[in-house]
Write a protein that binds this ligand. Structure first.
Ligand code: SF4
Length: 268
C-alpha cells in the first residue's frame, strides 16, 4: 500500500468536490445500439465485482494527487511507466509548477529534466506544455469536469479523461487500460471483437453495471490485474474469483505455485 501525500482519500475527495461544485456531471450516453447483456452474464459479472470489492477494500487511484490538475498531469505521465515512478517525481514537479499557468510558462529543458525518470520525457514535456496552454487559453487555467471538454485537450484521450472524472470529480467513468481490457477478455464479459476497441468495451461493460459502480469497478479490475491476474502468468490457483472465471487454468492452478505469483503491494 502506498503512502498518499494527502490526509485521506475521503478528505481529498471532499476538498476537491468543494472546489469543483460547478462542474457539470454528465457522461456520454451508452449508444442506443449497445446490446443488453444476458442475465446470467450480469449476475456472474456482478458477483465477481462484489468478491473483488471484498478482496481489495482499499482499491483506488494509485497516483498521488491533490487537485484535478495534478491528477491530469500525473495520468499523462503514467503512460508507459508505473504509478510508483510517477509518484516519485510529482512532488518536485508540482512544487515547481503548481498549476496550469505555471506549467504552461515552464522552461522546456527544466521540465524535461524533472519528468525524465518517467520515460518518453521529450514527448511528455510537449504534451504537458500544450495541455497546460490549452487549459489556460480555453478554461481559465481550470480542468474541465466534462468528458467532451477533457478529450479536446492536447494528449488527453478517453482513458485519461475517465481517470480524472472518476477520481477528481466523482463522475462515474470506466477506465479501459491494458489490465482492464485483459480481465474483461478473460472474464468473457464482452465478445472478443469488441474488447479490441476500448470505446466499445467501455460501453459494453457499462451496460452490465450501474453507473455508480463504474469507477470502483475500474480500480478493482486494475488492482486484480496488477496483483493476481498477470498478463503472462495469472495466479489462477490463488485467485479469489476463480470460481466465476471462464479462463481459470490460464495460469498455474497449484495453490502454492499460484500464491508465489501474487503481488501483495504497490502498483505494477
Ligand atoms: S482465474 Fe486466472 S484467469 Fe481468471 S481472473 Fe483469476 S487469475 Fe485471472
Amino acid at each position: 500500500m502506498l503512502v498518499r501525500r494527502s490526509p485521506s482519500a475521503r478528505a481529498r475527495r471532499s476538498t476537491i468536490r468543494g472546489a469543483i461544485c460547478a462542474a457539470t456531471r454528465t457522461l456520454d450516453p451508452v449508444p442506443s445500439d449497445a446490446t443488453r447483456p444476458d442475465t446470467t452474464l450480469v449476475r456472474r459479472a456482478r458477483k465477481i465485482n462484489r468478491v473483488l470489492a471484498e478482496t481489495y477494500p482499499d482499491a483506488g487511484c494509485e497516483l498521488d494527487f491533490r487537485t484535478p490538475f495534478e491528477l491530469l498531469i500525473a495520468t499523462v505521465l503514467s503512460a508507459q511507466t508505473t504509478d510508483r515512478r510517477v509518484n516519485a517525481i510529482t512532488p518536485a514537479l508540482f512544487a515547481a509548477y503548481p498549476d496550469a499557468r505555471a506549467m504552461a510558462a515552464a522552461d522546456r529543458a527544466a521540465l524535461e529534466e524533472l519528468i525524465r525518470p518517467t520515460g518518453f520525457f521529450r514527448a511528455k514535456t510537449e504534451s504537458l506544455l500544450r495541455l497546460s496552454a490549452d487549459l489556460v487559453e480555453r478554461y481559465d487555467g481550470e480542468v474541465p469536469g466534462r468528458l467532451k471538454d477533457l478529450v479536446t485537450l492536447h494528449g488527453v484521450g478517453r482513458k485519461t479523461a475517465n481517470v480524472v472524472l472518476g477520481n477528481a470529480f466523482d463522475v462515474p467513468g470506466i477506465t479501459v487500460d491494458t489490465h482492464f481490457a485483459r480481465l474483461v477478455r478473460r472474464f468473457q464479459w464482452v465478445p472478443d471483437e469488441i474488447v479490441k476497441d476500448p470505446v466499445k468495451t467501455e460501453h459494453a461493460v457499462g451496460a452490465i453495471f450501474p453507473s455508480k459502480d463504474w469507477t470502483m469497478l475500474s480500480h478493482r479490475l486494475i488492482w486484480h490485474g496488477r496483483r493476481c491476474c498477470h498478463a503472462k502468468k495469472p495466479a489462477c490457483g490463488a485467485c479469489p474469483v476463480a470460481h466465476w472465471c471462464p479462463s481459470y487454468g490460464t495460469g498455474p492452478i497449484d495453490p502454492a505455485e499460484a500464491a508465489a505469483l501474487i503481488t501483495t503491494q504497490g502498483p505494477a
